[in-house]
Design a protein. Structure first.
Length: 79
């Protein structure tokens, strides 16, 4: 049984020039916006990865997944 888990955060590109994100990411967003003639809705950044940490896995199942242990993606709020 694998317990590989990832934590990502969504970065909205709306107003990205005012946000504290790396300059190289800002340049990539500008290039994509220019190429597609639209504003990107968001960017997903990996902020955490762990494996075989069953206590963390259980916390997410109990507090985020309503007690259902499925291999799906779930939204986690700051609260």
């Amino acid at each position: 049984m694998g317990l590989d888990m990832f934590l990502h955060r969504n970065i909205s590109t709306f107003g990205y020039k005012d946000r504290n994100i790396p300059d190289n990411l800002k340049k990539a967003i500008e290039a994509l916006d220019e190429a597609t003639h639209s504003c990107l809705s968001g960017y997903r950044e990996e902020v955490g990865y762990w494996r075989k940490a069953n206590h963390i896995h259980k916390w997410f199942v109990d507090n985020v997944q309503n007690g259902v242990d499925e291999c799906l993606t779930y939204q986690v709020s700051i609260e």
